[in-house]
Design a protein around this ligand. Sequence first.
Ligand code: HXC
Length: 518
Amino acid sequence: MSIQTDQIAKLVERRENARLGGGPKRIDAQHAKGKMTARERLAMLLDEGSFEEYDMFVQHRCTNFGMEKQHFDGDGVVTGCGTIDGRQVYVFAQDFTVSGGSLSKTMSEKICKIQDMAMRVGAPLIGLNDSGGARIQEGIDALAGYAEIFERNILASGVVPQISVIMGPCAGGAVYSPALTDFTFMVKNTSYMFLTGPAVVKSVTGEVVDQEQLGGASVHASKSGVAHFAADSEEDVIAKIKALLSFLPQNNLDVAPEKPTSDSIARSEDSLNSIVPDNPNKAYDMYSVIGSIVDDGAFLEVHKDFAKNIIVGFAHMGGRSVGVVANQPAVLAGVLDINASRKAARFVRFCDAFNIPLVTLVDVPGFLPGTQQEYGAIITNGAKLLYAYGEATVPKVTVTLRKGYGGAHIVMSCKQLRGDINYAWPSAQIAVMGADGAVNVLYAKDMKDNPEKAAEIFEEKKKEYEELFSNPYQAAQKGYIDDVIEPRNTRFRVIRALQQLEGKRQELPAKKHDNLPL
Ligand code: HXC
């Protein structure tokens, strides 16, 4: 054998060894938990044969607690570049078989390298997280490593889409990096996110809780809102990531790819002409409206199980990617509360950062009042959505279907928040509040002074109020909405509006950065 052949054989052997991560026993343990290895996950995520791996031979430099005797090529993370549906992405996948995927300084250097490259070439970054957090044996070096990653997450925010996937028990720094990214996915029953696990919780606070109750997908996708998507399995999570990417541009200077469709833009939907019930207190399902107007009825919902009184997600209209924000009258009458405001604000800001036009469907009775909401800062949280819409410079097309009351009317992309094209259905009611509430405020004294005539006064004034405000024409007369449209034509009118706005350019005043209410 020549020296060169020998050298090549050594390379092949080292590569094979590196591919085993923490070794066959730990790989078996990973499989026994219903989890795949880092490399198996990447193979599923990326187009076949597209993965270019970097830093396969990197090893940690720690000498504490006998670590100098435990070396694994590549350390606890696999990093590199590949394609998904032919589009370039940068990826890292933490390897739980090596020290529980815990972060060493060298691991952070590997991750930072691909973060820097994603920024340099303008491609999305996807992190598959399966990590016990900072590698305890490395002390302050591991913390420094996390800080390096966080800083890059922050700098990349609004420049390239950043996607985090939680695929195991993730603690400490392993959850703060995802929290800085745009979208977090979890896998039900095998992934957890918490500052620290149940054992430490018990020793600090005495609380006894298991991993699922503390930070399972069911908690973060529905209660805290930390996770945007919850998947049934690792295969399902990969499919969901690919679906999301199909709506996104590569970076903030790019536009999302077009998706050709045979769904005619002129398709009208007769059922929409009768979807709004006569009784304003009766609900209908906003999903039916969204499904009727988007291309092929296809809608990728974000935060599906969190704050269900507002719906946000991606669709295509006339082949172009749009972000849909819609009040849901079927849940809490579509009221805006703290969680709904936070959810929608974050989504609006993402779309604005990545040139995705916003289509807003309004049926909102107002903000939810009461001590619970006030103590939780509904004022500040509601202002987030107001701020997000007012700041957004992407094309904004809004349709008011029914209620648009008070501050909630303003917040939901009204004309004066630089809404570009605002339509209303004939069933729209754009007013400071609903008729009952308004009469009770304006005529309280009259009704109190004439108790025997109170019911009569109420009915008479309610009718007067409804005639004046329970329609879209007051707003139309003043140009606050651009047109009253037949519901069945909504798809066509919205797509035409989006086409008109394709060349939209709008600037914000020069500033260091804004001061969004947090
Ligand atoms: C070093 C770690 C580790 C860590 C796990 N391991 N976490 N090694 N540093 N942080 C090792 C274990 O010793 C074990 O090694 C292997 O990984 C698998 O871990 P297990 O505990 O056997 O697995 P499991 O029962 O599934 O539990 C996983 C876990 C638990 C829930 C993640 O390991 C855990 O609670 N780890 C500590 C979590 C934590 O508090 N991290 C620090 C956060 S502070 P062997 O050799 O036995 O297989 C932090 C700072 C940043 O991250 C803060 C930013 C704001």
